[in-house]
Structures are given as C-alpha cells and as structure tokens.
Design a binder for this molecule. Sequence first.
Ligand code: PLP
Length: 482
Amino acid sequence: MSSTGESVVHGSKARPQDLPSIDKLLRLPEVQPLLQAHGHTLVATEARGLLDGLRSRILDEGMDSATIQPETLVRQLATAIDARLKPRMQRVINLTGTVIHTNLGRSVLSEAAIRHLTAMMEGPNNLEYDLAGGSRGDRDSIVEGLLCEITGAEAATVVNNNAAAVLLTIAALAGGREVVVSRGELVEIGGAFRMPDVMASAGAIMVEVGTTNRTHLADYQRAINARTALLMKVHTSNYAVEGFTSSVPEAELSVLAREHGVAMATDLGSGSLVDMTQYGLPHEPTPQEMLRDGCGAVTFSGDKLLGGPQAGLIVGERDLITKIRKFPMKRALRLSKLPLAALEATLMLYLQPELLTRELPTLRWLTRDGETVLRTAQSLLEPMQTALAPRYEVRVQTMASQIGSGSLPVDRLPSAGLAITPVLSGKRGTGSALDALANALRALPTPIIGRIADDSLLLDCRCLDDVAPVLAQLDALRAQLA
Ligand SMILES: *Cc1c(COP(=O)(O)O)cnc(C)c1O
C-alpha cells in the first residue's frame, strides 16, 4: 500500500508511535468501502479497539513492524467489523435426533408460513383493522375461524405461548377460587413452569386430589365445593408413570363438571391437530377429541406437533373463551403480528391435510421412514470418513430418534445416522476426544449439533433434508481438528 507513503524495514521492531492515528487509518482508500457499508460510528469504534489492542501488544510482547503495515491493519479492521456484526442467533444443523428440540427453536416453519410472514412484515397490514367495515378489528379474528373449523370449537383465542395460555385460562376462569387437579398431573414443563406455581401466579387456589399414580372420579367429586371454579386436566406430556396407574378420562370428568356447574379445562401441551396414528406414530390426544369429550377449554402449543410458530392456542366453549379473551391479562400475553401471520399460514395447511407431511418440516421429519434416513446417512459416510481419518472411525448405525418437546416421551422412532468413535489404543481419552469433535462441529460456520451416547458421537440424519450443507463444511471441519 503506497498511500501512506511510509516504508517499513522488515524484521524491525514496531514502536507504538509507528501505529497510524485513527484519522489516518480511516482516510486510507481501502477503508472507504468499509465506511460506505457501515458508516463512521462502527468503523471508528472498531478501528480504535484494533489500534488500542495493537498498542498494548507492542508494549507487552513486542511485534514486528511488518505486522502493523497499513494493508494488514485494514484486513484486521474488516475482520473485526465482520465479527462484531455476526448475529448471536445462528442457523444450526440439528442432528441430535430430537425432532422438536426446544433449545434449537422447536418447529421449523413451512415455506408457506415463511412467505406469508415475510409478506406481512414488509409493510402495514390489517392486524387489528376490519377491512370490510373500515373500523377497528380484533387480531384473534385472523385465526379464530380456522381454529374453529379445524378443531370443531365454538370459539378460539391465541396468546404468546402455551404457558401463557394455561396461566390466562386459570386466571380468567378461576382467579380467587379453587382449581381441582390430580397429583399425578402436577407437572414441571421445564424452566420455572410448574403447575402449582402457575396456579399461584394465576391467583387460584390449587386443590390436589388422588395420588401420583392413581386418581379416581370420586377424588374429584369429594373435592368439589362452593368455592370450586375449575376442574383441570394436564397432559403429562414429558414423563410417563407406568404400572399400577389410573387417571380419570376427560369424558367422565366433564360429566362431573357439568353436574356441579363448574368449568373444565385441559392443558394438552403439544396437542396435535391431526391423528398421529395415521402416520404410524404413537397416539397424541387432539383438541378435537378433548372438545368432543366435553372439555370447556383446551390449551396447546403452536410450535410443538402443530409445526408452527411459538404461540398458545385456546379453543373451547364460547362463554369461556369470551371470558378468557376479556380478561385484562390477555393484553399482556397477546400474540405478536409475526407469529400470527405464520400461524395463519400454518393452519391453512391443515385445510389441505394431504400436504402436511410434505410441507410441514416437523411432520415431514417425524414421518420420514427409516430407509430414507439410512440412505441419507450412507451418503455422508465416505466424505465424513475422509474428513475425520485417522483420528476417528465413522460407521452408519441405526439409532432411535425422539419426537421431543415433551411429546410422546416413551416412544422412539427407528432412525439412522453416523456413529463416530475416536481411534485410541484404550478407552482412556475417549471422552475428551469426543468432546473435541463435538466442539469442532459446533464451531463450524453453520454449527452441526449431534449427541454423545455410548462412547460415540451420534449424528442422527432424520432431520437432514439436504446433505449439501454438511458436505460443504467438511474441509472446515478437518481444519478445525488439525
Ligand atoms: C410444552 C407444554 C407447556 C408449555 O407450552 P409452551 O408453548 O412451551 O409455553 C405447557 N403444558 C404442557 C403439558 C406442555 O407440554
């Protein structure tokens, strides 16, 4: 670079005063494209940080003057700006074998949902505007008709997530009064969401009945009194009590609720909108079934088996839904326009059920047959062996995926993937070699997330539609491990 008009003697030691001033650095022609792209503020901040860092290094450890040449400085400045602007939220490749992975963002949206979401966010929309009447509208009306049509409910409302749906339902229907719930259903969903705490937050008085493994209709019956507002069922979606168990089905409990003039609500958690058994998957209760069995209000998630955005859906009897919708807390929990657009497009797919296993990634991955997954794994085998030799051995192996997000906790789906084991003389060092590999995979430009089990790193191929993004990173992986 001749622009500074300075010459450097290679091999000589750099002195702090050899560094250019910020102004001088920013005036270099090579920096002008950076200033155009990002503006003065960020470029100057990063330039200051770079020069400060170099000044300390010169003083502390000494540097060769060649390393502070203008072209090197400009390159470092560009790298620093790129790093500063790298989003914290990144795409990853989910090879964990858990299809609906809460830590990896749960359901992936369909193309239709992404298109509608993008189109609606590019400009103003009729979120709360009645186009026919030219007056204020209600955001619930965007999806209420669809939800009623699909589930058979009289009315529906939506909030930010299912935890919010449960909280709001209890607060609106039973605030200050008693809610009867089975001890076998006092679940913790994860994080701080525990049913007893939710009841307390909602201002309701929880009345526990039955035992962990068995609760009978008579237990509920004995608990009902003048203060009772709600009988609550919670789908124990993330664990299973096996053996000597008994719980009261919704169909029986709803009769009891009606006899005593109290409301009944069910938190389904995942709540699939279609019968999962038609795909050979384990049965998951649907809101349709719950409503048919007489539940007054049913809550479920938008981003679990439904395959849409984060949202909490409440469907049920009109008078209960009206009460829930009018409750002041609803305003604080309302669904934003982004997920609402995605939810509408996702629900439209349920009007075309034949498309679901093709268009909804969650259902596509859950229903992908073992043979297809095996072929995907086989196509990765050789390239992966080449990338990891000689330190790791790679095999194709059958394995079991899980649905995830608390749905169907005991059922595993036959799947396939790569099992990677370190090549070592003994068992010693296996753990750290596997960790090194897992770290390297996570450090890739598009991180690959697997799981460690049985002294192997497993890469389950169930959720891998396309192997290209994996293959494209194998050179980088090899370099990471070198
Ligand atoms: C997942 C789950 C919830 C919470 O739903 P979010 O959409 O994550 O807020 C509540 N109840 C049950 C039974 C669940 O499985």
